[in-house]
Design a protein around this ligand. Sequence first.
Ligand code: CUA
Length: 187
Amino acid sequence: MSAAPGHAAEAVAAAAERRWAIAVLLIIASLVAMMVITGLHWAAMPPSRVETIDPRTLHVSGEFAEGNLGTTMTPDGKVVVRLVAQQYSFEPQCLVVPAGVPVTFRGTASDVIHGFVVGRTNANTMLVPGFVATFTTTFPEPGEQLMPCHEYCGTGHEAMWAHVQVLPREEFLSRAARAERLSCVPR
Ligand code: CUA
């Protein structure tokens, strides 16, 4: 056994370790760069398709004026629910939606951050002043659901609830045919 082959093997191993160390450092550096770039990008501008709205003029005119709130059917048969959250209630306080039909929610807040979840369904969003929150979901079963505010919004947060009536499809359609806007707020 001479010393030379051993030294050669050590040199090969050291070179291989250096190569892998450089590769790992490059991977880490590119991951950190991705985090920094995406973080700066998100901080600098909202994600695309975000809708903004002036919370100071919500009630006066436009999509979220009082007469526009509640459930409506568009001419092409889509069901849209519009609502506004404020300390400490939702407007309207009782929503009507059909079962088994996609329902699009459009909501915003007029003062601070609120949010809601409908019973045990996946209807769940934050409502941030200045932005329109929107999502589409389908309620599988008719029934009565509770809709609590789930973002701490002040001393009255615990008492901030709305109700959701999920109606059988036919019943909803016949009511929607008779009224332009539906809600179950007692009059
Ligand atoms: Cu509104 Cu909590």
